[in-house]
Design a protein around this ligand. Structure first.
Ligand code: ITT
Length: 187
């Protein structure tokens, strides 16, 4: 299947493409300036995005991806505001907020939205639990990857290979559900 990935984030394009290609799907990035609504959940952002893009008659099938990092001791902030926080205070600013706090439990969450040619909309959710660290480590990945260590590992997402990250990440888990869904449609 030829699938459009509607995102401005090249890191996401790489991760999504690596998962889709072995299943015979061809992925292409499509950059569309989709307004980001004020919402309290990633699911709401994705619902809005799917409707908005479909009203703009964006070529189907397409996938959108909304993700964020949820820091437990900060009442799950920044969550839906992860992009804003990253662009304003950055990783150093987040680390500063965490100074002196012992509990560094954090999770990543990804909600994928899929719009098919028949106009049907589908959402797939994946999470990855772990901990923040107090320094920036690693060069791979993107966004918050250098400050997050997934449970069961001692390396940050940035220090894992792209395959390792995809095999356990929030996006990888949501994508596993999405490709299974596409495969079940073909049978
Ligand atoms: P699009 O909306 O164009 O897809 P974006 O970068 O704005 O791209 P999000 O709103 O989903 O994407 O991301 C919110 C923030 O979380 C942003 O700063 C990302 O870099 C970061 N982020 C998303 N997925 C991530 C991941 O797998 N690892 C590290 N950071 C991630």
């Amino acid at each position: 299947m030829d699938i459009n990935l509607v995102t401005s984030n090249l890191g996401k394009v790489e991760e999504l493409t690596h998962i889709l290609e072995p299943f015979g799907h061809k992925a292409s990035q499509l950059q569309v300036d989709c307004p980001e609504i004020q919402a309290s959940t990633l699911e709401e952002v994705v619902d809005f995005g799917l409707d908005w893009l479909s009203a703009k008659k964006i070529q189907t099938p397409f996938i959108i991806d909304d993700a964020g990092i949820f820091i437990e001791v900060l009442q799950n902030f920044p969550g839906v505001y992860s992009r804003y926080v990253y662009d304003t205070i950055g990783l150093q600013g987040v680390l500063k907020q965490m100074e002196g706090l012992e509990d560094k439990s954090t999770k990543f969450k990804c909600v994928l939205g899929l719009m098919l040619e028949d106009g049907s909309k589908h959402k797939f959710v994946g999470e990855c639990k772990g901990n923040l660290i107090s320094e920036i480590r690693g060069t791979g990945g993107f966004g918050y990857d250098p400050i997050f260590i997934p449970d069961g590992y001692e390396r940050t997402f940035s220090e894992l290979s792209p395959e390792e990250k995809n095999s356990i990440s929030h996006r990888g888990r949501a994508m596993e559900k999405l490709v299974n869904f596409l495969s079940s449609m073909e049978n």
